[in-house]
Design a protein around this ligand. Structure first.
Ligand code: ZN
Length: 350
């Protein structure tokens, strides 16, 4: 029988952690070898707690690097600081930060709050969640990167006033998104304000710097989401997730290039530049063999098919959008399209 200790590493305070932090960010991954749960005890007599999680997707380095900076600084806070470092193996095997998750693994941000966990990863998520739900969390922030061009934004799975206030304290653009995807922040949402911050593309110093700034903001908030004296903070721009668009799984496709006997869909390059902006009706999304059936599938948040509302194919095989839409998270890679989706359609809220 495996104990929780086999599923993840647990650190209490800086003492055992410090020697591990000496090397490079990559060295730390090797030293950990598995997910880590860290608690830095608060200085208050009866401290509340805040959680920061990172690397739930192994290829998203910005938040991880920012978290290591905080841990290396060795500070303590009025609250217990809890840290989850997620898919360490995906971040360190077959190249540094090369995989969202490994072949044979599930997505580590899709396995939280499941009943009857059947796999090692799901048991790990369950064990971590048990500890976190006992930790008197006052707020939780999960740090991610995107695969296409996007502004910095915060995802709020459960738009309570407290969650929106927390989000507004972190970034100007907020995306309300009832994912129902078994993410860690969803699993915590009923217990405390819990949001995910998206820090743009991974591997870029500017986005690492943004993640660091977010983390500093979060750790220095006197009250989560603003002052107890003033009204709660409200985000400047709020979008709501409406539809999800995938390439049908049997359709071989590429970004850019020409249609061939082996490619049934060629998607236009650069469409991620429309993310959180506007893609006008008539914009060509891709080219396809004119007599083939629709290669994209759009569904709303209740998983009803909405493809015909958004896409049409002209007689010459041009695949176009039929109405003005706000795409978010339009990706640029085949792998990410397969592992998540091509993009989402959002709506700006007044
Ligand atoms: Zn992610």
């Amino acid at each position: 029988m495996l104990t929780d200790e086999d599923l993840y590493l647990r650190f209490d305070g800086y003492e055992d952690l410090k020697p591990l932090l000496d090397g490079s960010d990559e060295d730390v991954l090797v030293a950990l070898g598995k997910p880590a749960l860290i608690r830095i005890p608060g200085t208050d007599a009866m401290p509340e707690a805040r959680l920061v999680s990172c690397l739930l997707h192994g290829n998203e380095d910005s938040g991880y690097r920012a978290v290591l900076e905080v841990l290396r600084a060795g500070e303590r806070y009025p609250f217990d600081l809890w840290v989850v470092i997620g898919n360490v193996r995906a971040a360190s095997q077959e190249g540094w930060f090369a995989h969202r998750f490994l072949d044979g693994q599930e997505d580590f941000n899709r396995v939280w709050g499941l009943q009857a966990p059947t796999t090692r990863m799901r048991r790990c998520a369950d064990a971590l969640l048990d500890v976190l739900l006992d930790a008197r969390l006052a707020a939780a922030v999960d740090i991610h990167n995107n695969t296409g061009m996007n502004p910095y934004y915060v995802i709020v799975p459960d738009p309570t006033q407290e969650s929106l206030a927390l989000a507004a304290g972190l970034a100007d653009t907020v995306l309300r998104w009832p994912l129902r995807a078994r993410t860690l922040m969803e699993a915590l949402s009923g217990h405390c304000p819990a949001v995910s911050v998206e820090c743009g593309l991974p591997g870029l110093p500017a986005n690492h710097a943004f993640a660091s700034a977010i983390l500093r903001r979060f750790l220095s908030m006197a009250e989560v989401g603003g002052s107890a004296l003033g009204p709660p903070l409200r985000p400047q721009r709020v979008f709501e997730m409406m539809h999800r668009v995938v390439v049908r799984p049997e359709v071989p496709f590429a970004f850019g290039g020409a249609l061939t006997e082996d490619l049934d869909l060629v998607l236009a390059v650069g469409l991620d530049s429309h993310n959180f902006g506007m893609m006008l009706a008539g914009t060509e999304v891709g080219r396809m063999h004119a007599t083939a059936a629709m290669p994209l599938l759009a569904t709303d948040m209740r998983e009803r098919d909405t493809t015909a509302r958004f896409f049409t194919v002209s007689a010459d095989g041009s695949l176009r959008v039929t109405e003005d839409i706000t795409p978010v998270m339009f990706t640029t890679t085949v792998l990410q399209t397969r592992r998540d989706c091509l993009f989402y359609v959002a709506r700006r809220r007044a």
